[in-house]
Design a protein around this ligand. Structure first.
Ligand code: F6P
Length: 360
């Protein structure tokens, strides 16, 4: 049987997934391996009709195309994280069936492209004897063991564009404009777009906020003749001593859905300051569309490095970008949690140095 590399995309989609699929397939083919696309997340491994050897023609246009042509899933029987990130052990029968399928397909390495949830699945599959390597994907940028994940730069570019647009309307109407961005329990997107988009206030999960502090910032701006204020709120931001804001309809086989804090903040700021406040929830716009040039290059480096890891027999590892170099880290290390914004990070210090308020 021909030896092959499997490619699976898991978790929420993001710009650059297709660019990784392209790079892995090209690099695998150059080594004489087939690349098998697994459709619909890990579940696809259990259904022959959801497996396909990718040809060079399948790669047309993938470098720039958003989303994942393989499809993905962030819930279901392969879900390894639930609630607010609690680890879940996959059932033994599921692991056995997956291992048998990989053996039957002649898979020498399964390239698992995903965020912390998908990489937690990958670690369990590896511990069960499945040859696997990981590629860190997520707009949230919260994967341990890498300085950056792909998709993050594209999401920040989108959020920055949104802030640029909000500036002119906020100023015209002398309003407080609140932009809620994604990121789950990490404030990387909020802090980064807040800095590049010139926000006045940035609220992130790592720094609990008070309304007094934010109102003080608005008052200070008013006193300087600045009658509008731009606030960026990460979906995981919380009032000091408060809970995460989640949407209704939580499901048991997936992680909690954060969201709603932006509208809460806007309403409270309007009540407290008497200024009109509006909220824009950026939502899935920041996850769609074409990857930035930084992400395209990163995805190509990650994809080829993943094939290289398999060729060297370095399984159970994730490719990473650390200290401006491509390297790798064990999935075990990656599985230790998530990477959040250190409250004293350079990003935060820089923002504070120009007067941006973090609500503390
Ligand atoms: O992890 C990526 C992410 O976009 C988070 O920032 C967000 O909380 C979540 O996925 C949204 O998931 P869904 O697309 O299932 O609503």
């Amino acid at each position: 049987m021909a030896q092959s590399i499997g490619i699976v995309t898991g978790g929420g989609d993001c710009p650059g997934l297709n660019a990784v699929i392209r790079a892995v397939t090209k690099a695998a083919n150059r080594r004489g391996w087939d690349a098998i696309g697994v459709y619909g997340g890990f579940e696809g491994l259990l259904e022959p009709r959801r497996l396909k050897v990718l040809s060079i023609h399948d790669l047309d246009g993938l470098l720039t195309r958003g989303g994942t042509v393989l499809g993905t899933a962030n819930r279901g029987q392969f879900c390894a994280k639930t609630g607010h990130g609690e680890l879940r052990a996959l059932p033994k029968e599921l692991l056995d069936a997956t291992a048998a399928s990989c053996r039957d397909l002649g898979i020498v390495g399964l390239v698992s492209i995903g965020g912390d949830g998908t990489l937690a699945i990958a670690q369990q599959l590896y511990n069960h004897g499945i040859p696997i390597v990981g590629v860190p994907k997520t707009i949230d940028n919260d994967v341990i063991g890498t300085d950056t994940t792909f998709g993050f730069d594209s999401a920040v570019a989108c959020a920055t564009d949104a802030l640029d647009r909000l500036h002119s309307t906020a100023e015209s109407h002398s309003r407080v404009m609140v932009l809620e961005v994604m990121g789950r329990y990490a404030g990387w997107i909020a802090a980064s777009c807040g800095l590049s988009g010139g926000a006045d206030v940035i609220l992130i999960p790592e720094i609990p906020f008070t309304y007094e502090s934010v109102c003080q910032k608005i008052a200070e701006r008013e006193s300087h003749g600045r009658h509008f204020t731009i606030v960026v709120v990460a979906e995981g931001a919380r009032v000091a001593g408060g809970e995460f804001v989640t949407s209704t309809g939580q499901e048991s086989n997936r992680e909690a859905r954060l969201g709603g804090v932006g509208n809460m903040v806007a309403a409270e700021l309007q009540t407290r300051t008497g200024k009109e406040a509006r909220c824009v929830v950026l939502g899935h716009l920041q996850r769609g569309g074409s990857p930035t040039c930084i992400d395209r290059a990163l995805c190509t480096m990650f994809g080829t490095a993943a094939v290289e890891l398999i060729a060297q027999g370095q399984l159970g590892r994730m490719v990473s970008y650390t200290g401006a170099k491509i390297s790798s880290v064990s999935l075990e290390e990656v599985g230790k949690g998530i990477r959040t914004v250190p409250p004293d990070a350079g990003l935060v210090q820089t923002a504070r140095a120009i007067g941006i308020c973090f609500g503390d």
